[in-house]
Design a protein around this ligand. Structure first.
Ligand code: TEU
Length: 554
């Protein structure tokens, strides 16, 4: 046994019963188009990802979540699947996928893959057949309805992305409408049809048999629909139906999926994208430990950089999820939303402030947010590039491609300071989206060489989590702090940590008795600006500074 393994084993004994891997893991989301390009066509792919696994292992994440790589017309960049059991040639081959899983596991990491159960592409053979006529074999696999009395769509549901668009498209040939909560090219499957459930179970088995550790289930709260398809009430009529669809039958469907996963060895898991914006609703999708292992809770994605707001987020999760045994998740950025560094910059500028000042503050906030994310109780999900402190790019109109206007957070990851930043394109073409404008200064290689970079902060935080049962799975207690500061204590057995985050532009002096009720001394384990790490804590937080503290003298 190596020292490291022995230390971890001793740690676990000290911390009591073991915890499932997906509660202790830090996940890293790979958006494959934008991670790394292995064949020089300007779009990231599986060989590119394989060539960068060393970077992820060095970073210290535990598990990867791979966004869709299936065959697809790419109308929604892979969330419109035309074959669930094959790799799109743009990303490589099934053999590339198998090698990826092997190499991920050999590196001591896990991998979960995106699974898109709510809808297929309109180019999927199932839908092509369904559309071919009212009596076709797959007609009942999708949601078809006659026009409303007097014509028009069957109900008032709206599609995502275009708030004015109905969630229905009329099929001239058969005289019926089909349902699509997203684009018309993404028809909704009808999960009341047993053959759909069986086909989708086969898809899960196909990938489980290939060794994946689990799935991220896309808009999984939408697979069940109220069979009466009632109009949305007036107060939510203008919202896309996908953010309000919340019906009991979905829980039954998810229990069936859970039962399937449980037949496999190795603690396979499912994290659901439950895009409902209250933690109380999200909590129900964990069932009684018999539905989703984890569910995304997205309201923190829209939280401002304010201590009170974050305190409310933590309190809501502590109130709604934790008492029912639902293990929380935390996420600051993903491929659908503006990056948090960009969000936290909003409203921070005022007349006379220069760009450099603003840039420094937004860097400080991105760093403090990393301490917050990796200090909270729950499973954190990182989105590729946040470890470099990336901001959204401004995409010139001529190069915009996403129907949902989400290109800004999907720029290719800048690997180095060379002119193409690790994205050389054959024949002098361009990557599918522009690289960030500051890629020459802000890229993986430069930050690897700079111990003071945000990349190194993420590494130190991930190492601190690995070294502390309290951070990985401990209890959490909010502390009384001055306005503008969030503080919480994490405890597992004798292991203790305190996390403090200053959300303001001012210094704050913290009374040490507020941390534990005693005058015990604390040491700085990790600081967002690296100040004082490994030394006694002096009781002062700098503007937008965050720290992880441990009891001094241990
Ligand atoms: O997202 C679901 C979803 O609700 C988002 O589209 C959200 O409404 C929007 O992005 C808010 O900005 C999932 C995937 O993550 C997304 O990429 C897909 O486009 C969508 O499902 C359809 O599969």
């Amino acid at each position: 046994m190596t020292d490291d393994v022995a230390a971890r084993a001793a740690d676990q004994v000290a911390a009591g019963p073991s915890h499932p891997w997906w509660q202790e893991a830090v996940f890293y989301q790979i958006y494959p188009r934008s991670f790394a390009d292995g064949d020089g066509d300007g779009v990231g792919d599986l060989p590119g990802l394989r060539s960068r696994l060393g970077y992820l292992a060095d970073l210290g994440v535990d598990a990867l979540w791979l966004s869709p790589f299936y065959r697809s017309p790419m109308a929604d960049f892979g969330y419109d699947v035309s074959d669930y059991c094959d790799v799109d040639p743009l990303f490589g081959t099934l053999e590339d996928f198998d090698r990826l899983v092997e190499e991920v596991h050999a590196a001591g990491l896990r991998i979960i893959i995106d699974w898109v159960p709510n809808h297929t592409s309109s180019a999927h053979p199932w839908f092509v057949d369904a559309r071919s006529g009212r009596t076709s074999a797959h007609r009942t696999w999708y949601v078809w309805r006659d026009p409303a009395p007097g014509g028009g769509p069957p109900n008032n549901w709206r599609a995502a992305f275009d708030p004015a668009a109905p969630a229905w498209t009329f099929d001239e040939a058969s005289g019926q409408w089909y349902l699509h909560l997203f684009e018309p090219s993404q028809p909704d499957l009808d999960w009341d049809e047993p053959a759909v459930r069986e086909a989708m179970a086969d898809v899960l088995r196909f990938w489980l048999d290939r060794g994946v550790d689990g799935f991220r289930a896309d808009v999984v709260h939408c697979i069940g629909k109220d069979p009466a398809l009632p109009d949305n009430p007036p107060e939510v009529e203008s919202l896309p139906h996908c953010v309000v669809n919340d019906v009991p039958v979905t829980h039954q469907r998810i229990r069936e999926l859970r039962a399937l996963l449980d037949t496999y060895p190795g603690d396979r898991m499912m994290v659901g994208e439950v895009y409902l914006l209250s933690a109380a609703q999200v909590a129900t999708y964990y069932g009684d430990g018999n539905e989703l292992h984890l569910a995304f809770n997205f309201s923190p994605l829209y939280a401002l950089w304010q201590a009170d707001t974050w305190r409310q987020q933590v309190e809501e999760v502590d109130r709604e999820l934790v008492p029912r045994g639902a293990w929380p998740t935390w996420v600051l950025s993903n491929h659908d939303n503006r990056r948090h560094r960009t969000r936290y910059d909003v409203g921070a500028s005022w007349a006379g402030e220069d760009d450099a000042t603003r840039e420094r503050r937004s860097e400080r906030r991105a760093r403090a947010a990393a301490v917050l994310l990796l200090g909270l109780r729950g499973t954190p999900f990182l989105y590729q590039g946040e470890e470099l402190g990336l901001t959204d790019i401004d995409v010139p109109e001529a190069r915009r491609v996403d129907p949902g206007g989400r290109d800004g957070c999907r720029a290719p990851l800048p690997w180095d300071a060379t002119p193409d930043h690790g994205w050389p394109v054959t024949g002098g073409g361009k990557p599918w989206l522009p690289l960030p404008a500051d890629a020459t200064e802000r890229n993986a290689a430069s930050q690897q060489d700079d111990a003071g970079s945000i990349l190194h902060l993420y590494r130190r935080l991930l190492a601190a989590r690995h070294g502390s049962p309290a951070l990985r799975h401990g209890d959490q207690r909010l502390l009384d702090m001055p306005g503008g500061v969030l503080g919480f204590a994490r405890t597992a057995g004798t292991d203790r940590r305190v996390v403090l985050v200053n959300f303001t532009d001012d210094d704050h002096d913290i009374d040490p008795t507020a941390l534990s009720g005693t005058t015990m001394a604390w040491r700085v384990d990790v600081a967002s600006d690296a100040e004082g790490e490994g030394r006694p804590w002096r009781g002062r937080l700098a503007p937008d500074q965050a720290v992880v503290l441990s009891p001094a003298g241990i």
